[in-house]
Write a protein that binds this ligand. Structure first.
Ligand code: ASP
Length: 280
């Protein structure tokens, strides 16, 4: 089986930053190290996303964009393609690593999606580490210096050919409190089955309307070509809804595909046995 991990750092207007490229490389390395050691794709995507949640130059965990009240409010999800187990959390305050909380939910298996105060209550009951919400607000975000996009996501296939996907975000800047985007909605921003793992970024409301990740997974059954499926998904998005989107996917054979709307770029990094590349 050919192992692979593909990570994205969000779609947006062209924005090339060395710090973000370095962060991306670290995230890809973290995910790939797990796969290389014979570990599982679910652990690999979680590890890659966690690195970027901790990196303040990305819009996830620490450094997330602020809502209209000036608060960080985050969403995350992950899905295991082989078993279709999924865990997702949304509208969270004071969670530095939302992807880890989503993983806890996935492992427990009782619910798929928990949001807001209920999700925090769940976290506290399990002694999940929480931080003072203001600790996730960076000076750059306060000054709107970094009003960039920069949602993060990862897809991976492990040595057994099992797929997994994870996505984490602060959402869109200035959003209404309580707003959930596509990221924690299984099938919209995050999806994996036994054939394909998908993570999306972009205008969440439009991605939800397209159910974009699941749409790509369905198309892959007809056209098992990851590059083509990614390209076509973004083309259809452009024809049917407004805004921009980016998508990454990997199949069980380790073949990767990615695409983003015309006029945008999407920082991403790919690691396979052939090596590691970071690009836009
Ligand atoms: N899709 C994310 C959301 O709408 C934002 C992004 O990817 O930039 O919450």
């Amino acid at each position: 089986m050919s192992i692979a991990v593909l990570v994205h750092g969000g779609v947006g207007p062209h924005d090339f930053q060395t710090a973000r490229e370095q962060g991306m490389e670290k995230a890809v390395q973290a995910g790939y190290a797990i796969l290389e050691a014979g570990g599982e794709s679910l652990d690999a995507v979680q590890a890659a996303v966690r690195v970027l949640e901790d990196d303040p130059t990305f819009n996830a965990g620490t450094g997330s964009v602020l809502n209209e009240l000036g608060e960080v409010e985050t969403d995350a999800a992950l899905m295991d393609g082989a078993t279709r187990r999924a865990g997702a959390v949304g509208a969270l305050h004071g969670v530095g690593n939302p992807v880890d909380l989503a993983r806890l939910l996935l492992e427990e298996g009782r619910h798929v999606l928990l949001v807001g105060d209920g999700a925090l209550r769940y976290a506290r009951q399990r002694h999940f580490p929480l931080v003072e919400p203001h600790k996730l607000v960076t000076a750059a975000q306060k000054k709107h210096w970094a009003d960039h996009r920069g949602t993060v996501g990862a897809v991976a296939v492990d040595h057994r050919g099992h797929l997994a996907s994870a996505t984490s975000t602060g959402g869109i800047a200035g959003k209404h409190p309580g707003r959930l985007g596509d990221t924690p909605l299984i099938g919209s921003g995050t999806f994996a089955d036994s054939r394909l793992a998908v993570s999306c970024t972009g205008d969440g409301e439009s991605i939800i309307r397209m159910v974009l990740a699941h749409e790509a997974a369905c198309r892959y059954r007809e056209v098992p070509d990851p590059s083509r499926v990614a390209r076509e998904a973004i083309e259809r998005f452009g024809l049917e809804v407004t805004g921009i989107a980016g998508i990454i996917l990997v199949d069980s054979g380790g073949r990767a595909g990615w695409a983003s709307s015309p006029g945008t770029s999407m920082l991403h990094g790919l690691a396979t046995p052939e090596g590691l590349t970071v690009g836009y």
